[in-house]
Ligand binder design. Structure first.
Ligand SMILES: Nc1ncnc2c1ncn2[C@@H]1O[C@H](COP(=O)(O)OS(=O)(=O)O)[C@@H](OP(=O)(O)O)[C@H]1O
Ligand SMILES: Nc1ncnc2c1ncn2[C@@H]1O[C@H](COP(=O)(O)OP(=O)(O)O)[C@@H](O)[C@H]1O
Length: 207
């Protein structure tokens, strides 16, 4: 921290009261995986399904936030770290606001993901590994970025000449090169139901 003499100013409304207002718990769904693995595609489907169930959601997606709040960041390890750190902090504010926050970032480094996880209570952060082989991602190449990376037009591209560290113990693994989008969506929704993130009766909640 650069600034000193900073003292937290407490609000009169706490997270649990906001959750009560919206009628559900707030949580981060953190989608990590290679470019082209299906993070964004799955994220929008999960959001739509949650919205149908009257759950307040918001998506933070790498391609989008890098056009706004993180437009001063590139893809060096340091910039990726700062990208993920900022998104972690934004997600924390969103969870505090009572929102189910869906984050779709390559987030290639275990250490950076761990730092984000540590910002939350254990049940507030769900890591979803969107697993897909590099061969399949490259075959999909929806934005033709792998082609550019192979030709040397992009350097430091994840999976080609920059690393991707697989999650060690993710909460959910969806294998998008082995199963349909519908199956992955079902897997995430089933998890949220089983753990009572959705269809959760607020009267069970003690505040
Ligand atoms: N060098 C390099 N490596 C990886 N990705 C690159 C690169 N340059 C541009 N892009 C595009 O940026 C998207 C990834 O942004 P993220 O913020 O998710 O990346 S990171 O978490 O900071 O690693 C990524 O989006 P997704 O394909 O949705 O993952 C790419 O579209
Ligand atoms: N089973 C699947 N799950 C998710 N995406 C899939 C699947 N099969 C094919 N795709 C396609 O793969 C591409 C994934 O792109 P995208 O969602 O942008 O990935 P990411 O956000 O991880 O870069 C999309 O064009 C999507 O239609």
């Amino acid at each position: 921290m650069k600034a000193s003499n900073i003292i937290w100013h407490k609000s009169k409304i706490v997270k649990e009261e906001r959750q009560k207002l919206v009628g559900h718990r707030s949580v981060v769904l953190w989608f990590t995986g290679l470019s082209g693995a299906g993070k964004s595609t799955l994220c929008v489907e999960v959001e739509r399904e949650l919205h149908k169930r009257r759950i307040l959601t918001y998506i933070l997606d790498g391609d989008n936030v890098r056009q706004g709040i993180n437009k001063n960041l590139g893809f060096s390890p340091e910039d990726r770290k700062e990208n993920i750190r900022r998104i972690g902090e934004i997600s924390k504010l969103m969870v505090d606001a009572g929102i189910v926050t869906l984050c779709a970032f390559i987030s290639p480094y275990c250490k950076d993901r761990k730092i984000v996880r540590q910002l939350f209570n254990e049940e507030e952060f769900i890591e979803i590994y969107v697993k897909c082989s590099l061969i399949e991602c490259e075959k999909r190449d929806p934005k033709k970025l792998y082609k550019k990376a192979r030709s040397g037009e992009i350097i430091g591209f994840t999976g080609i000449d920059a690393p991707y560290e697989e999650p060690v113990n993710p909460d959910i693994i969806v294998e998008t090169d082995k199963q349909s989008l519908e199956k992955s969506l079902q897997q995430v929704i089933d998890y949220l139901e089983q753990k009572q993130y959705i269809n959760f009766k607020y009267t069970d909640y003690s505040i």
